[in-house]
Ligand binder design. Structure first.
Ligand code: ZN
Length: 198
């Protein structure tokens, strides 16, 4: 139970990290974070330890009772987005393009996508953020060794180097807690789309 995953938000309620319940309790206990419940109410350690776990909810046993395991905590001091260089990698290109073919706009599983050079490599196109996009096999075949203009195809969006931090290497497509969803939707809307200042 102490190893279960807890989503960590920064002061602006943006997800920055996933930690273990053990570490989350440590942060709560030391007043560095507050637990967040389903109603988005914040609890310090004392208030949180007053809460009774509901039916089916995970908890840890203490000498003097039980302690609910939070699914989300919010840090009280950490303000920044974690900074990391954006690695030019297949995964990050797929993530930037949200696993969406940039020609037909459809979403695909990773193995149904490949990386397309907008200006083909055979024509001097470089492997850079602004010259590569996700493409499905079908569109890739259609485009062949042509530029989009020549192939009569249009890009869904103009590719650029992402300014986001590649999200701590976590994937959020599996084992989601429903309690995380409000914050992860926020990522979808803002984290990916809004341009952050360097
Ligand atoms: Zn396509």
């Amino acid at each position: 139970m102490l190893n279960s995953a807890v989503l960590v938000l920064n002061r602006s309620w943006m997800p920055v990290h996933i930690t273990t319940a053990r570490r989350a309790f440590c942060l709560l206990y030391h007043g560095a974070a507050k637990a967040v419940d389903e109603q988005f109410e914040m609890f310090d350690f004392d208030d949180w330890s007053e809460l009774r776990p509901r039916e089916g909810e995970p908890y840890v046993g203490l000498v003097n009772g039980v302690l609910r395991i939070p699914k989300v905590i919010v840090l009280l001091t950490y303000d920044r987005m974690p900074k990391r260089a954006v690695r030019f990698s297949r995964k990050n290109i797929y993530m930037r393009d949200k696993y969406t073919c940039q020609y037909c706009g459809e979403k695909f599983a990773p193995n149904e996508l490949n990386i397309d050079h907008i200006i083909p490599r055979s024509r001097g196109g470089k492997s850079t953020w602004d010259n590569v996009v996700c493409s499905c096999h079908e569109c890739n075949r259609r485009k062949g060794g042509h530029t989009p203009e020549e192939a009569g195809m249009k890009l869904v969006s103009k590719p650029r180097k992402p300014r986001w931090t590649p999200y701590m290497g976590f994937h959020f497509d599996a084992n989601l807690y429903k309690e995380w969803l409000p914050f992860l939707n926020f990522i979808d809307a803002a984290y990916w789309n809004v341009e952050l200042d360097e």
